[in-house]
Every structure is written in C-alpha cells, then in structure tokens.
Design a protein around this ligand. Structure first.
Ligand code: SDX
Length: 392
C-alpha cells in the first residue's frame, strides 16, 4: 500500500538565519556590507579593508588597517609540506579540484587552530584562511601549467602578491600593473560576501556541527564549483566564446527560452535579484576601463553587451525578471588579465573566503546556535510490512 503522509501545514522548514554582515534587496537591486553600498566599497575601498569590515563590523582606522594588513601578510606563506601535496594531482586536474583537496587538508597542517571553542584559535584560523588562499590558488595555477611555485613577498599588497605568485617566474622580476591590481582588487570586493547563498549556507551548516574551519571552507568551495553558482563565471565566458559573434546571439536566446532545452544563459538570473545585480553594473564598468587601459579589444565583450541588450528587451527575460548577475562580465576582465577560464571559480572562492570566514565566525560566536538540521516534507510510501524475496 503506498500512500502519502499528510503533513501538518503548520510545519515549515525555513532554513533561514540572522546575520549582521550583508543586506540584499533583490527587488531594488541593493547590496550592503555592514550598511555600506557595494558600489561605494568597490570604487573607494580595497579588499583587505572590506575583509576587516566584514569580520569586525566597522571600517578600520589607519592603525587598525595597517595592523590587519600586517597580520594577514605574515600568514601568506604555506607549510612547505603542502607543496608536496600538489604533486599527488594530475597536471590536468581542474584547479577547483586542487583547491577543494588542498583546503580540506589544511587542518592536518594547522591543527593548532582547529579548536573552535577557543576564540584565539578561531581568529588565527580565520587569518590563515584569508591569507593563504591566494598562495594556494596561485600554486594550483602554477601546478596546472608546470611552472615552479613562487613564495609570497611581504612588501607587496594582498592582491599584488597574488598576481605576482600567479604570473611571475623565478627567471625575472614580475612588475605588477597597477591597472590590473586595481581591477583584481575590485573583483575580489565584488565577490567577498553575498548573504546566505548556497556555498555560504554550506559553510554555516558544516560549521554548525563543530567541524574545523578549514573543513567548512572546503565544503563551501565544493558547493561554489557548481555551474548554477560560482562555476557560472567560467560557464559564462565559455558560452560567450561559443556564441562568438553578435549574429549568433539570437540562436542562444531562443535556446534559453525553450522549455525543452536545458540551456540557460550563464551569468543571467538570480535566486534573489529580480533587478539588475548591483555587482554586475560595477563589473561592466570595470570591464570597460580595464580593456581600454590594457588596450585589449576583445570581441567577446561586444558579444556580452549585445546579448545583454537583446535579452533585456525580450519579454521572456523581462517577465521572468532575469538580469545579468555578478558572473556575466567578470570573465571578460579575468580573461583580459590573463587567467584561463578554469581559474575563474578559484578566484571567486579566493574572494568569497572572506565572507565565508566572517559568516562562520558570526555563527560560531553565537552561544545560542545549534546544529543545522533542515527538515523535509515526506512524500514517500506510508508504513508497510517486509515481503520475503521469493514472495515478491
Ligand atoms: C551566483 O545566491 C547567490 O547570492 C549566488 C551569488 C553569490 O554571490 O553567491 O550571487 C553567485 O551564483 C549567481 C548566479 C550564477 N548562476 C548563473 O548565472 C547560472 C545561470 N542562472 C540560472 O541557472 C538561474 O538564474 C539561477 C540558478 C541563478 C537561479 O535559478 P532559479 O532559481 O530557477 O531562477 P528563477 O526562479 O528566478 O527562474 C525564473 C524562471 C524559471 O523559469 P520558469 O520555471 O518560471 O518557467 O526563469 C528561468 C527559470 O527556468 N531562468 C532562466 C535563467 N535563469 C532562470 N532562463 C534562461 N536563462 C537563465 N539564465
């Protein structure tokens, strides 16, 4: 007898939480970090200052900012044994696979900052994760192209250090282009945190069980990888390259509207924004600036802008309130800077580590927090008796 349990209509499993970090108004297209609008932070602040803001709740004064920068800088080097860890991967391993594996292993190297009941250890783990992610990400890239790892340099900014470890080689000094550094830093700010998105919720759920912070961030990286989430930036640029020229856009618009076709416009739509993602506006402006300053004339950017114009005047997208999101233009900039598409989600994870760590700290510090336990609406068979195999 199979039937369905009726369920108590009063039972709801809203997996929501309280947070002071980030506010989103999806209908108005508003994003605030601790009350500051994302466009002001992107245009006037820098990634380390935003990291401090998300972690501590207030913008730092000069002394606090210098001290925070100094602390993060002094955690950028990784345990030498970790370099050996990379050699277990195939050279063609996706950098996100490497990132998942290496970050998940960090608790084996930094077990003196895994006791989540100790606020001092929580702070050390937080600083280590924020500081070491650029080094780990750069090493993943270097390993994939068969080049030697570079050590971080303490006289460089957070973002300049990352660029040098990624694109520099031992044979010659790498000079960081200020245009590239500013664009990269702004992209990090735009990806820093975004309320209770899928990967942040994953980090919180993992953290609610008392798992160590390195394991929690590795869980967030795994979730972010999906093409519906952080993997969309890689998928969006691959889509734009597949379209290739403006005359082919209508073919892809038609596919995106076809209920029987699983194709979705990558970099379009959002679970919360039913208006233009404010980060996408800053990203498009930054793409314009970077391509102009670097003298890059990438036809893909023209395809992206043309596609956006066509989609935003199409009733299907207008009625469903589908707008470009943070992932639509980011790939154009990252490609102009020199990153392969396989590194795009790694860069998203690098930046989102700040938000994940800040959200994890906020949750762990709450004495009332309990283990997450989403419930379900059961729709399976009602109770029935076992039947021996020869009687089935
Ligand atoms: C990120 O949550 C966050 O905050 C995430 C993020 C962050 O910073 O952490 O902002 C980062 O993940 C941004 C999203 C990146 N993903 C993509 O760009 C992939 C392409 N986008 C779609 O897969 C989609 O828009 C989602 C997954 C983002 C949202 O999917 P939903 O929840 O189904 O969107 P919806 O409910 O608003 O969809 C409404 C309708 C649906 O059709 P109907 O069922 O009503 O017939 O629009 C359709 C959807 O099928 N639709 C699309 C579409 N996105 C939604 N149709 C074509 N192309 C699209 N991109």
């Amino acid at each position: 007898q199979t039937g369905k349990f009726t369920y108590d209509p009063g039972f709801t499993s809203t997996a929501s939480c309280e947070s002071k970090l980030t506010y989103i108004d999806g209908d108005a297209g508003v994003l605030l970090h601790r009350g500051y609008p994302i466009d002001q932070l992107a245009e006037q602040s820098n990634f380390m200052e935003v990291a401090y803001l998300l972690l501590n709740g207030e913008l730092p004064d000069r002394k606090s900012l210098d001290s925070f920068n100094n602390t993060i800088t002094r955690h950028t080097m990784v345990h030498e044994q970790l370099a050996t860890f990379y050699r277990g991967f195939r050279r063609d391993a996706h950098p996100m696979a490497i990132l998942c594996g290496v970050v998940g292993a960090l608790s084996a190297f930094y077990h003196d900052s895994t006791d989540i009941t100790d606020p001092h250890q929580r702070m050390i783990a937080s600083h280590r994760l924020i500081a070491k992610m650029p080094t780990i990400a750069a090493m993943a890239y270097k390993y994939s192209i068969g080049q030697p790892f570079l050590y971080p340099k303490n006289d460089l900014s957070y973002t300049a250090n990352f660029l040098r470890m990624t694109f520099g080689v031992p044979a010659e000094e790498y000079v960081v282009d200020p245009v590239v550094e500013a664009a990269m830093d702004r992209i990090f700010i735009l990806h820093a945190d975004h309320e209770q998105n899928a990967s942040t919720s994953t980090v919180r759920l993992a953290g609610s069980s008392g798992a160590n912070p390195f394991a929690c961030i590795a869980a967030g990286i795994a979730c972010l990888w999906g093409p519906a989430h952080g993997g969309a930036n890689e998928a969006a640029l691959n889509m734009l390259r597949e379209i290739g020229t403006p005359d082919r856009i209508s073919e892809y618009i038609a596919r995106a509207k076809d209920k029987d076709d699983p194709f979705r416009l990558m970099g379009f739509g959002h679970r919360v924004y039913k208006n233009y993602d404010p980060r996408a506006k800053v990203m498009q402006k930054t793409a314009n600036e970077v391509l102009d300053k670097l003298g890059v004339d990438d036809p893909i950017f023209d395809v992206a802008r043309e596609l956006e114009q066509i989609a935003l005047s199409d009733p299907y997208f207008v009625d469903k309130k589908l707008y470009p999101n943070v992932d639509f233009y980011s790939g154009v900039i990252l490609s102009a800077i020199g990153f392969p598409t396989t590194m795009f989600t790694v860069l998203f994870a690098l930046a989102r580590t700040v938000g994940w760590v800040a959200q994890w700290n906020e949750m762990i510090a709450d004495p009332a927090q309990k283990i997450g336990r989403p419930r379900q609406l059961y729709t399976g068979p009602t109770e029935r008796d076992y039947v021996p195999v020869d009687q089935r």
